[in-house]
Design a protein around this ligand. Structure first.
Ligand SMILES: NC(=O)c1ccc[n+]([C@@H]2O[C@H](COP(=O)([O-])OP(=O)(O)OC[C@H]3O[C@@H](n4cnc5c(N)ncnc54)[C@H](O)[C@@H]3O)[C@@H](O)[C@H]2O)c1
Length: 350
């Protein structure tokens, strides 16, 4: 059992990972400012895990040093819980919209880069040197090679990607400067789906940026139709190809990564987490329609600036280093994501 600080733990990937970690018997402190989430997600996580007093929630901002200090102080002072110090941090907190990052680069650099810097400073001051960081396949930009391996060139094409690449560099500098750091930089491809209970899932504020929540919202009648950006990409059916990963597979990937980091000697791991399978927009729509027996009306529009035609993970290194690979297929992604949408038509505020 470890004492873990989870930043951004109320969010989409964070909440599913908290569930896996609670089920494995860990003690959690979550810090989140709820800018893109609701505390309700964590109430449901505790319900699903069947645990009480194993998760302490702190409303706080990772950019504010005293808020992060508060999380470490809870670990030292809580009587109710058996925390003593924080063994490791899983760092999800951040902003993730590519389009918003183009409009508000200062905001993105502040939260994603300064927030990570503040967190790392407080960690170092408390002698906590184990961190799993949420990076993104976005840092590969327009990948020259697909499936893309971890040693492909890092060439982000938007401010969001720049912030992720910068934090990756900061972590590499830390690993190189001082022994004892245990670091994982996990590059996620396209996380989708939901826990099969339908109790927790993705609850984007405003108009979703990604395909899958748009599909479920159109199927549910929240939106009239789906816009497909481009039908002339150099792919088999002319629509963009992505590597979709079930969020529960991703959550389990974090659990396995943490175990390897804590069990092995200090090191820095850099791993793609994806399925290794490319799915086109039209394939995703037709699998969703067949699996969920729902129509998803769509219209083609022009290509969107900054989209790559094809992104697929080479996930063989994660398999070799962690013994981890995705277990859930596209049908489970559609079924679980639709169950969440149906049970929570307006997310946690339903
Ligand atoms: N979902 C994706 O498609 C995807 C892909 C690649 C990487 N990532 C990265 O994974 C991480 C988690 O993504 P997600 O999909 O769960 O996003 P999310 O928005 O659902 O979760 C992020 C959480 O961080 C919190 N947060 C944001 N700013 C904060 C701050 N300053 N202080 C404290 N909490 C703050 C939000 O309230 C939210 O609960 C992010 O860092 C994201 O960039 C996501």
């Amino acid at each position: 059992m470890a004492n873990l600080l989870i930043t951004g733990g109320a969010g989409f990937i964070g909440s599913h990972t908290c569930l896996v970690l609670l089920e494995a018997g860990h003690q959690l402190i979550v810090i989140d400012n709820f800018i893109n989430s609701s505390p309700e997600s964590l109430k449901r996580v505790e319900k699903l895990a069947g645990t009480q007093n194993h998760l302490t929630l702190i409303k706080g901002d990772i950019c504010i040093e005293s808020d992060v200090e508060r999380a470490f102080a809870v670990a030292h002072t809580s009587n109710a819980l058996s925390y003593s110090s924080i063994d490791a941090v899983i760092h999800f907190a951040g902003l993730k919209s590519v389009s918003e990052s183009r409009i508000h680069p200062l905001y993105y650099w502040d939260v994603n880069v300064n927030g990570s810097h503040t967190l790392l400073k407080v960690m170092a001051a408390h002698g906590c040197r184990t961190i799993v960081f949420s990076s993104s396949a976005t840092i590969y930009g327009y990948p020259r090679q697909t499936p893309t391996p971890e040693d492909a060139s890092i060439a982000p094409i938007n401010p969001y990607g720049h912030t992720k690449a910068t934090v990756e560099q900061l972590l590499a500098d830390l690993a190189g400067s001082e022994s004892g750091w245990r670091i994982a930089r996990l590059r996620y491809f396209n996380p989708v789906g939901a826990h099969p209970s339908g109790l927790i899932g993705e609850d984007p504020r405003g108009i979703p940026n990604n395909l899958f929540p748009l599909i479920t919202q159109v199927a549910a009648g929240r939106r009239s139709h789906l816009k497909i950006f481009g039908r002339d990409w150099p792919t088999s059916d002319g629509t963009g190809i992505r590597d979709y990963i079930h969020v529960m597979d991703l959550a389990e990937g974090h659990y396995t990564t943490l175990k390897v980091l804590l069990d092995e000697k200090p090191q820095m791991l850099t791993l793609n987490l994806g399925s290794g399978v490319g799915i086109s927009v039209l394939e995703m729509i037709s699998t969703f329609e067949t699996t969920c027996n729902q129509k998803v009306p769509y219209q083609f529009t022009a290509r969107r600036f900054g989209d790559a035609p094809k992104t697929i993970a080479d996930a063989s290194l994660a398999q070799a280093r962690l013994g981890w690979a995705t277990k859930r297929d596209l049908i489970e992604i559609c079924r679980d994501g639709w169950a969440w949408q149906q049970a929570n038509p307006y997310g946690y505020d339903s």
